[in-house]
Design a binder for this molecule. Structure first.
Ligand code: AMP
Ligand code: MG
Length: 419
C-alpha cells in the first residue's frame, strides 16, 4: 500500500502533455495556448477618440470656460470606422464619435457635455461653429495607438490557459485559428456482472451503471472528452476484449473489479496486457486502486486507472488522481484544484492511519470558511456527493479532528461555495 502523494507522483510521471491542434478561436476556451502570439500591428491601430465630442488643438481652447467659451469653426465630422482627409488647425474643430481615428492636427477631444452644442441646437444658432467651455491638457480623451498592445509585443504567451479575456485579446489581433494543446480522450469502462446499462429494464440482482456517467461528467468538467466503452463482465477474456477497444484513447479509466473479491479481475487483465505500477493506496475511501500502463500492439502505452467500484470511491479517486492527470495532458501547469482552509463543524475520526477525504459542505460566514459533513459517509451513498461541494482532507497521522479544528478542503467548484 502506498501513500496518496507517491501514487499521484507515479501517475503523473507516466502522463505526457498531448500534441497541439489548430482550431477556431472560440472552440479553444479552457485549453492551453501552444504558441506565442505576437501582435502583428498596434492595438488600437491608431489614436482614436474615447468620447463623442470635438477634436481640437489644446492650444485653441486655453482659458475656455462656461462663461467665456472659445468659439471654433467646425470643418467636418468623423464617425467610427471612417477615415478622413480632414485636418484640424488652430481655431478649428472636427466633430468626432467614440472610436473614430483622431484627425491630423488634433491633440485633444472635448466631450459634447463641455461644449454649447445642445444650446446651439435649441436656439437654432449656426452649427458651423462650436463653443468650447473648458480648457484641456493635450491627449485628453484620446486613446493612443498601441496603448493596449504594441506592434511586435508578445500578447499571449505559450502555456497560457485561454479564458474569456485571452479569447478577446486574440480576437483583437484578428487571430481566427489558434494552436492549443488538444483535449484528452478518456475511455470509461464499467465492470461487473451485476451492472446494467441505464436504458435497460432493471432486472433482479442488477444495478444501474452510475459510475460511467459520474466519471464521464467529471471528465467533461475538467476538460477531457469522455468515450463510454460500455460494461464488461467479471471475466478475464471479455474484459481484455473490452479494454482493447479503449486503447485508442489517451487514458483508460475502469470502475470496479479491483478489490480482493473472487471476481475482481481488472488487475489480472492489466498485468497480462501491460504492467501494474501500484495497487491499493493509503486513503479512505478508495483503498483498492490500480494504476498501470496497457501496451498497445504498436508499442504505445496507455495509462490505466482502475478505480474502485463503489460509486463514491470512484468519484473521489477520480478527483484525486484522474483530474490532475487530465490537466497535465492538457498542458496545464496548476494541477491542484482550488483548495481552502476551513473550520470543521463536525468531528471526524481516523482510526487506521489512511488519508480521509470526507464529503463536506463548505459555507462562508463573516469571511471565514466552515465545513460540515454531508451525513453518512458510506462509499455507496452517492447522494452524499450531491450534497458536497468539496472534500475535507484528514491527514494519515491525525487521529481525530474535533469540531473547531482546521482542515484543508479540496473544492469541486468555486461557484458552489454557499454564503
Ligand atoms: P467492486 O469494486 O467491483 O467490488 O464494486 C464495489 C461496489 O460498487 C459493488 O457494490 C458494485 O455493485 C458497485 N459498482 C460497481 N460498478 C458499478 C457501476 N458501474 N455503477 C454503480 N455501482 C457499481
Ligand atoms: Mg465488481
Amino acid at each position: 500500500m502506498i501513500g496518496v502523494e507517491e501514487a499521484l507522483g507515479k501517475i503523473l510521471d507516466s502522463i505526457e502533455v498531448l500534441e497541439r491542434e489548430e482550431k477556431p478561436l472560440l472552440d479553444c476556451l479552457g485549453q492551453v495556448l501552444a504558441e506565442d502570439v505576437y501582435a502583428p500591428f498596434d492595438v488600437p491601430p491608431q489614436d482614436n477618440s474615447a468620447m463623442d465630442g470635438y477634436a481640437v488643438q489644446a492650444k485653441s481652447i486655453v482659458g475656455a470656460s462656461y462663461e467665456h467659451p472659445k468659439i471654433l469653426r467646425v470643418v467636418g465630422e468623423i464617425a467610427a470606422g471612417c477615415i478622413t482627409e480632414l485636418k484640424v488647425e488652430p481655431g478649428t474643430a472636427v466633430r468626432i464619435m467614440t472610436g473614430a481615428f483622431v484627425p491630423k492636427g488634433a491633440d485633444v477631444v472635448v466631450p459634447f457635455e463641455d461644449t454649447d452644442e445642445v444650446d446651439r441646437k435649441q436656439r437654432s444658432v449656426s452649427e458651423a461653429e462650436i463653443g468650447i467651455r473648458v480648457g484641456l491638457p493635450e491627449a485628453s480623451n484620446i486613446r493612443r495607438g498601441g496603448e493596449d498592445i504594441a506592434k511586435g509585443e508578445l500578447a499571449v504567451k505559450q502555456g497560457t490557459l485561454l479564458c474569456p479575456a485571452e479569447i478577446g485579446v486574440l480576437a483583437s489581433l484578428g487571430k481566427a485559428i489558434v494552436s492549443v494543446i488538444r483535449r484528452p480522450v478518456v475511455g470509461i469502462l464499467a465492470t461487473g456482472n451485476e451492472v446494467l446499462e441505464i436504458n435497460q429494464p432493471l432486472l433482479p440482482g442488477k444495478i444501474y451503471n452510475s459510475n460511467s456517467y459520474s466519471l464521464a461528467a467529471q471528465v467533461l468538467r475538467y476538460g477531457g472528452i469522455p468515450k463510454l466503452l460500455g460494461i464488461a463482465p467479471d471475466d478475464v477474456e471479455q474484459l481484455s476484449i473490452a479494454v482493447r477497444h479503449g486503447l485508442d484513447c489517451d487514458m483508460l479509466v475502469t470502475s470496479g473489479g479491483v478489490s480482493l473479491g473472487d471476481y475482481d479481475v481488472v488487475k489480472q487483465v492489466l498485468a497480462a496486457e501491460g504492467n501494474v505500477s501500484f495497487w491499493t493506496v493509503r486513503m479512505k475511501p478508495g483503498k483498492p486502486l490500480a494504476f498501470g500502463m496497457f501496451k498497445r500492439d504498436d508499442g504505445k502505452k496507455i495509462p490505466h486507472l482502475g478505480l474502485p467500484g463503489n460509486p463514491v470511491s470512484s468519484m473521489i479517486t477520480f478527483e484525486v488522481f484522474a483530474r490532475p492527470a487530465i490537466l497535465r495532458m492538457m498542458g496545464r501547469s496548476n494541477l491542484a484544484g482550488p483548495n481552502i482552509t476551513a473550520m470543521m463543524e463536525d468531528p471526524v475520526k481516523n482510526n487506521d492511519g489512511r488519508r480521509i477525504f470526507a464529503r463536506v459542505v463548505v459555507s462562508r460566514r463573516d469571511g471565514k470558511y466552515f465545513a460540515r459533513l454531508t451525513g453518512p459517509q458510506g462509499s455507496g451513498i452517492l447522494t452524499s456527493m450531491t450534497k458536497a461541494n468539496g472534500l475535507a482532507v484528514i491527514p494519515e497521522s491525525t487521529k481525530e479532528v474535533k469540531p473547531g479544528g482546521m482542515v484543508e478542503v479540496m473544492m469541486f467548484d468555486w461557484d458552489e461555495v454557499q454564503d
